[in-house]
Design a protein around this ligand. Structure first.
Ligand code: CS2
Length: 508
């Protein structure tokens, strides 16, 4: 057993050189921020920024709210809500104790307490990492999905919410009635136009309560859009056990991440805000170009390496990147999709690509291919690949690599790799809807999967060039295996000049 993580042991932890401890007096923390969703990403990214904020201003301490599961709360409650964050660049791997969580509540157990903190006048900022599903929206329209069971249930008992959106609206009503200060609610989930989606669903939900509440929200609450970036793999049980061993800090739920982090936030706030700019966030009038860049190059790159890697028999992202054929393809894929992007001043997409390749190669992250392609049918193939194909068609640039990833995804759905080993495709929708079976039966014809998946626009489905290219690649993958098929693509593409950027920035 190592040194148990708790307030009383912080000094000992620092003196033994085990981790950097909070450089502020935790007893002075107030709860200016409520964070919804104790996900790995939330704890590895948003809370890391807020921990820096707490150093200079203790009023921005955090109350963490989990909706259903009590797992993280149970783990952290025994350790005064402290946890360790390992920021692994592959060489030094510094560990930092994050101290900014003041309290943690599980909504299913203490719903009133959640409403109390969300409507407290001390709360000025809400941040959210509740995953795409947590918004209750229809991804096709970006508006509240009144047909969803959880939303229906919530709307049937407006004062006893059971969804993130229901809690927000119930709390905003209380804030309206008690004359609370304005509130900023920041979505930190990786969905397109996240601020707009959040505003849409909150306003639609509020309108079911009263037009007056809707108006109040329009006038007093801001929903900035954001681009968030940091690779935060899921902590494995092995890592948890390892952290409990002698010579370490005993932390029941540590988080491991990389050195790089980025948070671009739309300059759209209501009332008082922590100085996020001072701790490295970028505040900008328009986040959309940053979001598109990250979604298509990084998340699209993840989609590529995860799909191709798994088919080639690799479980880990860095292992797949260690295969030169796959690495060259991923690099060329990123270059191809960068041609579809709107230029951003001071940003060099080639430097950005080089940095991304280095991040994906980081062995210390040990990230899983199955994580980066998880639920691809519903939430990944469209924003990470097909949107780039549509832009490429419109701009008359190349879509060859995107078509290859599309074909590889169709093949991946079958759940058998090039060595004939079966694997779990980690895509609930594809399994439950029968799409996986359709892929297995379709014998080299991509059309049945494309038609059934719901991810392709009619324009893309009727684009002969794109569809023929997908069909050709699918044929090659089946015929030569994924690596053999990639070799054919790489031969047609000039060898990418990947010269690694030395620093963690990619600006000019
Ligand atoms: C990954 C992301 O699962 C995925 O879709 O691509 O979680 C990725 O690690 C983050 O967006 C990085 O910021």
């Amino acid at each position: 057993m190592g040194v148990p993580l708790c307030n009383a042991n912080l000094q000992q932890i620092a003196e033994a050189g085990l981790a950097q401890i909070p450089q502020y007096d935790r007893s002075q923390l107030k709860s200016g921020v409520v964070h919804l969703g104790p996900s790995h990403f939330g704890r590895g990214h948003v809370l890391r920024y807020l921990d820096d904020i707490a150093k200079t201003d203790p009023k921005w301490g955090v109350t963490m709210v989990g909706l259903i599961s009590s797992g993280v709360r149970d783990a952290l409650a025994d350790q005064d809500y402290l946890y360790t964050l390992k920021e692994q660049d592959g060489k030094t791997n510094p560990t930092r104790v994050i101290g900014c969580i003041k309290d943690m509540i599980v909504a299913r157990e203490e719903p009133q307490k959640v409403l109390d903190v969300l409507s407290s006048h001390e709360t000025k900022l809400v941040t959210m990492t509740v995953t795409e599903k947590g918004y209750g929206h229809d991804p096709k329209t970006g508006t509240l999905d009144f047909d969803r069971d959880d939303i229906k249930k919530c709307l049937n008992s407006l004062d006893e919410p059971n969804t993130a959106i229901g809690y927000l609206v119930a709390a905003l009503e209380r804030r309206m009635n008690s004359g609370a200060p304005p509130l900023t609610i920041i979505s930190c989930d990786n969905i397109e136009a996240n601020g707009i989606v959040l505003r849409n669903v909150v306003l639609a939900y509020a309108a079911e309560k009263s037009a007056h509440l809707r108006k109040y929200i329009e006038n007093n609450v801001a929903f900035p859009s954001t681009m968030v970036d940091r690779i935060v793999p899921t902590t494995t049980d092995q890592q948890k056990d390892f952290s409990m061993a002698a010579g370490h800090i005993s932390d029941k739920w540590p988080v491991q991440t990389e050195e790089f982090m980025q948070w671009v936030i739309e300059d759209n706030f209501a009332g008082e805000m922590p100085d996020l700019d001072a701790v490295g966030a970028t505040i900008t009038p328009d986040v959309n170009p940053f979001k598109a860049m990250k979604m298509r190059m990084l998340n699209g790159g993840h989609m590529a390496v995860g799909t191709l890697g798994k088919l080639a028999g690799y479980d880990r992202v860095h292992e797949a990147m260690g295969n030169e054929t796959i690495r060259q393809f991923v690099s060329a894929f990123m270059s191809e999709v960068s041609d579809t992007l709107t230029p951003i001043s001071n940003v060099d997409f080639t430097f950005y690509k080089e940095l991304l390749i280095r991040r994906l190669e980081n062995p210390a992250l040990n990230d899983e291919n199955s994580r980066v392609v998880r639920n691809a049918t519903l939430s990944k193939i469209k924003p990470r690949a097909l949107d780039a194909a549509e832009s490429a068609i419109a701009k008359e640039t190349s879509y060859n690599h995107v078509a290859f990833v599309t074909a590889a995804w169709i093949h991946y759905l079958k759940g058998t790799d090039d060595n004939k080993a079966e694997f779990d495709i980690n895509d609930v929708h594809a399994v439950e809807s029968g799409l996986q079976q359709v892929a297995r039966n379709s014998n080299g014809n991509p059309n049945p999967v494309i038609a059934m998946s719901g991810a392709f626009s009619s324009g893309l489905q009727s684009h002969k060039g794109f569809m023929d290219t997908v069909t050709m690649h699918l044929h090659n993958i089946q015929q030569h295996g994924v690596v053999g098929a990639i070799e054919r693509v790489n031969q047609q593409t000039r060898a990418p000049q990947v010269q690694m950027a030395a620093s963690m920035t990619y600006t000019r």
